[in-house]
Design a binder for this molecule. Structure first.
Ligand code: 4HQ
Length: 228
Protein backbone atom coordinates (compact mmCIF):
# COMPACT_ATOMS: atom_id res chain seq x y z
CA UNK A 1 0.00 0.00 0.00
CA UNK A 2 1.23 3.48 -0.80
CA UNK A 3 0.20 6.71 0.94
CA UNK A 4 1.38 10.16 -0.01
CA UNK A 5 0.77 13.23 2.12
CA UNK A 6 0.63 16.92 1.24
CA UNK A 7 1.18 19.29 4.18
CA UNK A 8 2.99 22.47 5.20
CA UNK A 9 4.24 20.59 8.30
CA UNK A 10 6.00 17.49 6.95
CA UNK A 11 8.16 17.26 10.10
CA UNK A 12 5.07 16.30 12.15
CA UNK A 13 5.05 12.90 10.43
CA UNK A 14 8.65 11.77 11.08
CA UNK A 15 8.32 10.31 14.61
CA UNK A 16 4.91 8.83 13.81
CA UNK A 17 6.24 7.05 10.71
CA UNK A 18 9.32 5.77 12.56
CA UNK A 19 7.45 4.22 15.50
CA UNK A 20 5.61 1.02 16.40
CA UNK A 21 3.34 -0.78 13.97
CA UNK A 22 3.47 1.83 11.20
CA UNK A 23 7.27 2.08 11.51
CA UNK A 24 7.63 -1.70 11.21
CA UNK A 25 5.25 -1.89 8.22
CA UNK A 26 7.37 0.72 6.41
CA UNK A 27 10.58 -1.09 7.38
CA UNK A 28 9.17 -4.34 6.01
CA UNK A 29 8.20 -2.62 2.75
CA UNK A 30 4.49 -3.48 3.15
CA UNK A 31 3.63 0.20 3.50
CA UNK A 32 5.20 3.16 1.73
CA UNK A 33 4.55 6.70 2.95
CA UNK A 34 5.86 9.78 1.15
CA UNK A 35 5.37 13.16 2.75
CA UNK A 36 5.53 16.21 0.47
CA UNK A 37 5.92 19.84 1.56
CA UNK A 38 3.20 21.96 -0.06
CA UNK A 39 5.60 24.92 -0.05
CA UNK A 40 7.78 23.12 -2.59
CA UNK A 41 4.98 23.83 -5.07
CA UNK A 42 4.82 27.60 -4.52
CA UNK A 43 6.34 30.00 -7.04
CA UNK A 44 6.90 33.18 -5.03
CA UNK A 45 9.96 34.20 -3.03
CA UNK A 46 8.16 33.81 0.30
CA UNK A 47 6.75 30.37 -0.55
CA UNK A 48 3.34 31.60 0.62
CA UNK A 49 0.37 29.26 0.80
CA UNK A 50 -2.35 31.48 2.31
CA UNK A 51 -4.22 34.73 1.70
CA UNK A 52 -7.14 36.76 3.10
CA UNK A 53 -10.62 35.38 2.43
CA UNK A 54 -12.76 37.06 -0.26
CA UNK A 55 -15.79 38.49 1.53
CA UNK A 56 -13.82 38.99 4.74
CA UNK A 57 -14.62 37.07 7.89
CA UNK A 58 -11.19 36.83 9.43
CA UNK A 59 -8.56 34.14 9.41
CA UNK A 60 -6.61 33.04 6.37
CA UNK A 61 -7.43 30.66 3.52
CA UNK A 62 -4.99 28.36 1.71
CA UNK A 63 -4.63 29.46 -1.90
CA UNK A 64 -5.54 27.15 -4.78
CA UNK A 65 -2.50 27.32 -7.11
CA UNK A 66 0.10 25.54 -4.90
CA UNK A 67 -2.44 22.83 -4.04
CA UNK A 68 -3.44 22.23 -7.64
CA UNK A 69 0.18 22.17 -8.81
CA UNK A 70 1.16 19.85 -5.97
CA UNK A 71 -1.70 17.40 -6.47
CA UNK A 72 -1.06 17.23 -10.21
CA UNK A 73 2.72 16.82 -9.72
CA UNK A 74 2.28 14.10 -7.11
CA UNK A 75 -0.48 12.19 -8.91
CA UNK A 76 0.85 12.50 -12.43
CA UNK A 77 4.50 12.30 -11.44
CA UNK A 78 7.23 10.30 -13.07
CA UNK A 79 5.65 7.06 -11.87
CA UNK A 80 2.50 7.91 -13.81
CA UNK A 81 0.33 6.69 -10.95
CA UNK A 82 -3.11 7.89 -10.04
CA UNK A 83 -3.71 7.97 -6.27
CA UNK A 84 -7.19 8.41 -4.77
CA UNK A 85 -7.17 11.99 -3.46
CA UNK A 86 -8.57 12.45 0.04
CA UNK A 87 -9.04 15.83 1.74
CA UNK A 88 -9.19 15.68 5.53
CA UNK A 89 -11.98 18.03 6.55
CA UNK A 90 -14.90 18.31 9.00
CA UNK A 91 -17.16 18.46 5.91
CA UNK A 92 -16.28 14.87 4.99
CA UNK A 93 -18.11 11.64 5.71
CA UNK A 94 -17.24 10.46 9.23
CA UNK A 95 -14.44 7.89 9.32
CA UNK A 96 -15.46 4.44 10.58
CA UNK A 97 -14.22 0.85 10.26
CA UNK A 98 -15.94 0.33 6.89
CA UNK A 99 -14.44 3.53 5.45
CA UNK A 100 -10.98 2.61 6.77
CA UNK A 101 -11.19 -0.76 4.97
CA UNK A 102 -12.53 0.82 1.79
CA UNK A 103 -9.72 3.39 1.66
CA UNK A 104 -7.04 0.83 2.55
CA UNK A 105 -8.37 -1.29 -0.31
CA UNK A 106 -7.62 1.48 -2.80
CA UNK A 107 -3.93 0.81 -2.26
CA UNK A 108 -2.69 4.19 -3.50
CA UNK A 109 -3.78 7.35 -1.67
CA UNK A 110 -2.93 11.03 -1.51
CA UNK A 111 -3.91 12.65 1.80
CA UNK A 112 -4.34 16.42 1.66
CA UNK A 113 -3.83 18.24 4.98
CA UNK A 114 -5.14 21.80 5.17
CA UNK A 115 -4.42 24.46 7.77
CA UNK A 116 -5.91 27.85 8.73
CA UNK A 117 -9.63 28.31 7.98
CA UNK A 118 -9.38 25.79 5.16
CA UNK A 119 -8.57 25.60 1.47
CA UNK A 120 -9.97 27.58 -1.48
CA UNK A 121 -13.14 25.74 -2.57
CA UNK A 122 -11.84 25.40 -6.15
CA UNK A 123 -9.22 22.93 -4.93
CA UNK A 124 -11.97 20.60 -3.71
CA UNK A 125 -13.85 21.06 -6.98
CA UNK A 126 -10.87 20.27 -9.21
CA UNK A 127 -8.48 17.84 -7.54
CA UNK A 128 -10.26 16.13 -4.59
CA UNK A 129 -11.91 12.72 -4.98
CA UNK A 130 -13.35 12.48 -1.47
CA UNK A 131 -13.50 14.38 1.83
CA UNK A 132 -13.06 12.45 5.09
CA UNK A 133 -13.60 13.67 8.67
CA UNK A 134 -12.32 11.90 11.79
CA UNK A 135 -15.07 13.40 13.96
CA UNK A 136 -17.28 16.36 14.74
CA UNK A 137 -14.79 18.70 16.39
CA UNK A 138 -12.44 21.33 15.01
CA UNK A 139 -8.70 20.74 14.75
CA UNK A 140 -6.04 23.17 13.57
CA UNK A 141 -4.99 21.05 10.61
CA UNK A 142 -5.51 17.84 8.71
CA UNK A 143 -2.21 16.30 9.85
CA UNK A 144 -3.52 14.46 12.91
CA UNK A 145 -6.53 13.15 10.94
CA UNK A 146 -4.10 11.92 8.23
CA UNK A 147 -2.06 10.06 10.87
CA UNK A 148 -5.24 8.57 12.35
CA UNK A 149 -6.20 7.34 8.90
CA UNK A 150 -2.71 5.98 8.10
CA UNK A 151 -2.55 4.07 11.39
CA UNK A 152 -6.04 2.60 11.04
CA UNK A 153 -5.50 1.65 7.36
CA UNK A 154 -2.10 0.10 7.97
CA UNK A 155 -3.76 -2.39 10.36
CA UNK A 156 -5.85 -3.61 7.41
CA UNK A 157 -2.85 -4.27 5.19
CA UNK A 158 -2.03 -8.01 5.19
CA UNK A 159 1.12 -8.76 7.18
CA UNK A 160 1.17 -5.54 9.21
CA UNK A 161 -0.59 -6.72 12.38
CA UNK A 162 0.79 -9.78 14.19
CA UNK A 163 -1.36 -12.79 14.97
CA UNK A 164 -1.84 -11.81 18.63
CA UNK A 165 -3.32 -8.44 17.68
CA UNK A 166 -5.55 -9.72 14.94
CA UNK A 167 -8.06 -11.24 17.36
CA UNK A 168 -8.77 -7.91 19.00
CA UNK A 169 -8.86 -6.31 15.59
CA UNK A 170 -11.50 -8.80 14.42
CA UNK A 171 -13.72 -7.82 17.34
CA UNK A 172 -14.55 -4.58 15.56
CA UNK A 173 -15.31 -6.46 12.39
CA UNK A 174 -18.10 -8.23 14.31
CA UNK A 175 -19.58 -4.81 15.04
CA UNK A 176 -19.02 -5.25 18.78
CA UNK A 177 -16.69 -3.63 21.29
CA UNK A 178 -13.81 -5.65 22.68
CA UNK A 179 -14.23 -7.67 25.91
CA UNK A 180 -12.35 -6.44 29.04
CA UNK A 181 -8.71 -7.46 29.40
CA UNK A 182 -6.78 -8.59 32.47
CA UNK A 183 -3.12 -9.30 33.15
CA UNK A 184 -0.86 -9.72 36.21
CA UNK A 185 -1.01 -9.05 39.10
CA UNK A 186 -4.00 -11.26 39.99
CA UNK A 187 -5.45 -8.74 42.48
CA UNK A 188 -5.54 -4.95 41.92
CA UNK A 189 -7.11 -2.65 44.56
CA UNK A 190 -8.96 -5.64 45.99
CA UNK A 191 -10.32 -6.68 42.57
CA UNK A 192 -9.56 -10.22 41.43
CA UNK A 193 -9.35 -11.44 37.85
CA UNK A 194 -12.59 -13.17 36.70
CA UNK A 195 -12.21 -16.85 37.69
CA UNK A 196 -12.99 -18.27 34.24
CA UNK A 197 -9.87 -16.62 32.75
CA UNK A 198 -7.71 -18.69 35.13
CA UNK A 199 -9.63 -21.94 34.54
CA UNK A 200 -7.80 -23.09 31.41
CA UNK A 201 -11.21 -24.03 29.92
CA UNK A 202 -10.84 -22.52 26.43
CA UNK A 203 -14.46 -23.05 25.39
CA UNK A 204 -15.68 -21.37 28.57
CA UNK A 205 -13.22 -18.52 28.05
CA UNK A 206 -14.48 -18.03 24.49
CA UNK A 207 -18.09 -17.90 25.74
CA UNK A 208 -17.08 -15.37 28.41
CA UNK A 209 -15.37 -13.20 25.76
CA UNK A 210 -18.52 -13.25 23.61
CA UNK A 211 -20.83 -12.45 26.53
CA UNK A 212 -18.62 -9.63 27.78
CA UNK A 213 -18.24 -8.13 24.30
CA UNK A 214 -22.02 -8.08 23.96
CA UNK A 215 -22.48 -6.66 27.46
CA UNK A 216 -19.88 -3.90 26.92
CA UNK A 217 -21.50 -2.96 23.62
CA UNK A 218 -25.01 -2.91 25.13
CA UNK A 219 -23.84 -0.76 28.06
CA UNK A 220 -21.41 1.61 26.33
CA UNK A 221 -22.40 1.76 22.64
CA UNK A 222 -25.96 0.48 22.09
CA UNK A 223 -25.93 2.29 18.73
CA UNK A 224 -23.42 -0.31 17.46
CA UNK A 225 -25.81 -3.16 18.28
CA UNK A 226 -28.58 -1.62 16.21
CA UNK A 227 -26.20 -1.52 13.24
CA UNK A 228 -24.93 -5.12 13.54
N1 4HQ B 1 -9.93 20.13 10.24
N2 4HQ B 1 -11.46 15.70 10.56
C1 4HQ B 1 -8.31 20.84 8.49
C2 4HQ B 1 -10.56 19.18 11.04
C3 4HQ B 1 -10.74 17.77 10.61
C4 4HQ B 1 -11.57 16.83 11.24
C5 4HQ B 1 -10.09 21.51 10.63
C6 4HQ B 1 -9.29 19.82 8.98
C7 4HQ B 1 -9.13 22.47 10.01
C8 4HQ B 1 -7.96 23.17 8.05
N3 4HQ B 1 -10.20 17.16 9.57
N4 4HQ B 1 -8.86 22.17 8.60
N5 4HQ B 1 -12.32 17.02 12.33
O1 4HQ B 1 -11.01 19.52 12.11
O2 4HQ B 1 -10.63 15.90 9.54
Amino acid sequence: MRVQVLTIFPELFAPFLATSLVGRAIEKGILEVRVHDLRDFTEDRHRSVDDEPYGGGGGMVMTAPPWIRAVRAVSEGTEGTNPWRVLLSPQGARLDDAKVRELAGRGDLLLMCGRYEGIDERVRLTVVDEEVSIGDYVLSGGELPAMVLIEAMSRQVPGVVQQADSVAQDSFRSGLLDYPHYTRPPVVEGMAVPEVLLSGDHAAIRRWHEQEALKATREKRPDLLEKS
